[in-house]
Design a protein around this ligand. Structure first.
Ligand SMILES: [Zn+2]
Length: 421
């Protein structure tokens, strides 16, 4: 086990390295690094330079994921995957995704050449945010065999397809099948910043993620009648915006009333959209998330009923379309229990949290046991250059990770678990 000084040095190094990687950007001001963009090559080169001296063998798979294998004590050893994503949003901070990859590198460093009964594969996913192609998780989808021709044909804003982007980066789309998880993969761990204010509020550095919340995304259209804003009395209007506003207030009330439920109307578009005309149409988006599918689905049903009641009472009509209905993904109970124990060993309270955002862990959870550890995010600020993390919290994360590796090494039953079909 590392002494406190060594852990502190590794944490400082992780933070410094996050900043080095943030400088590899498509923009001269700020960090933007989308799927298979030129600076991703620099990130691969730099990570290889840090990983290879630790005894890891680095490969870039056919979708551009960086995969570094630190061998186990025996050739036939099972493999624990630890990682996160290397791509960023536009005008990004230095930690979203990257921090998880660099904590994995720090854990290898912390092993000081010691071999475990399992191998560790450090994963740097090429694509998670969905910025370039509007399709998130391209990197992890390749590992679970969900890269289809449809996805390969998807084009970016310049008309370049995923397939062409892969070829232009010097990779071979015909080899995507080789990116698949093999039977020796027994688990996936991801360290990630919380990207929210909960841990800061609780004054806790770390949490174990119990589930990735399910998501419903819908579009509602209220249809009334356009008319003159000056000559139409209030009691003779069929105002789509007023109906929408009444319903939006109900959405907020509903979410406030149910523990753990979040519901958002993020976009409102009106027609004709003039200051002196009563709106004939209001189109709204609705995003609803919860750790339990039943709670989410019944909230969505309620909100649909409320929209219909508002429209009926005002003499309007309303229609809804469902664009996304994604179930919640529970994290692996065994690995999550081990993480709780490891957090406890660092002297911190092992809090459980539901992730409101999607992560690569939810894609890998389809095939192998997956678990996540969140780090406190100062101010809850993410997807912004002001995104930060406290060095003491990174120390706790590394300490927790080292305990976890030890615990798993002492748990023979865990290592015999195999890939789900
Ligand atoms: Zn992320």
């Amino acid at each position: 086990m590392l002494n406190p000084t060594q852990t502190a040095e590794l944490a400082e190094e992780v933070i410094a390295r996050c900043h080095i990687l943030a400088s590899f950007s498509e923009d001269s001001h700020g960090t933007r690094r989308t799927f298979l963009s030129p600076p991703m090559r620099d990130v691969h080169r730099q990570l290889s330079a840090w990983l290879e001296p630790l005894g890891a063998k680095v490969n870039i798979d056919a979708v551009g994921n960086l995969r570094a294998l630190y061998p186990g004590a025996e050739n036939s050893a099972p493999r624990l995957l630890i990682g996160s994503h290397l791509d960023t949003v536009s005008n990004a901070g230095a930690y979203d995704g990257i921090l998880g990859v660099l904590i994995a590198v720090a854990l290898l460093e912390g092993l000081q050449n010691c071999r475990l009964p399992y191998a560790i594969e450090v994963l740097g996913f090429s694509e998670e945010e969905g910025v370039r192609f509007g399709k998130p998780f391209i990197g992890s989808l390749a590992l679970v065999g969900r890269m289809d021709q449809n996805l390969l044909n998807t084009k970016d804003a310049h008309g370049v397809s995923v397939q062409t982007a892969i070829e232009e980066f010097g990779l071979n789309p015909a080899e995507i099948g080789r990116a698949l998880l093999q039977d020796d993969a027994v688990g996936y761990l991801e360290f990630h910043i919380e990207q929210g204010p909960v841990l800061e509020k609780l004054e806790l550095p770390l949490a174990v993620v119990d589930a990735i919340a399910g998501q419903s995304r819908l579009e509602f259209t209220f249809v009334g009648r356009a008319n003159h804003a000056g000559t139409t009395p209030m009691n003779l209007r069929f105002d789509a915006v007023a109906a929408a506003a009444e319903w939006i207030a109900g959405v907020e009330r509903q979410a406030n009333a149910v523990a753990g439920l979040v519901a958002t109307v993020g976009s409102v578009a009106t027609k004709p959209g003039a200051s002196n005309t009563i709106a004939a149409e209001a189109r709204l988006t609705l995003d609803v998330r919860h750790a339990q599918d039943q709670v989410r689905l019944s909230a969505v049903d309620d909100l649909k009923r409320q929209a219909e009641a508002v429209a009926r009472r005002r003499g309007l009509s309303v229609q809804s379309i469902t664009h996304m209905n994604q179930p919640a993904i529970p994290m692996d109970p065994f690995l999550s229990g081990q993480i709780e124990e490891a957090i406890g060993k660092t002297g911190c309270e092992p809090h459980r949290i539901t992730s409101g955002a999607g992560h690569d862990a939810m894609i890998l959870a389809e095939k192998i046991p997956a678990a996540m550890i969140f780090l406190r995010t100062p101010g809850g600020i993410s997807h912004d250059p002001a995104e930060s993390v406290a060095v003491e919290d990174v120390e706790k994360a590394i300490e927790c990770g080292m305990h976890l590796l030890d615990q798993l090494a002492a748990s023979p039953t865990w290592m015999t678990r195999t890939c789900r079909a």
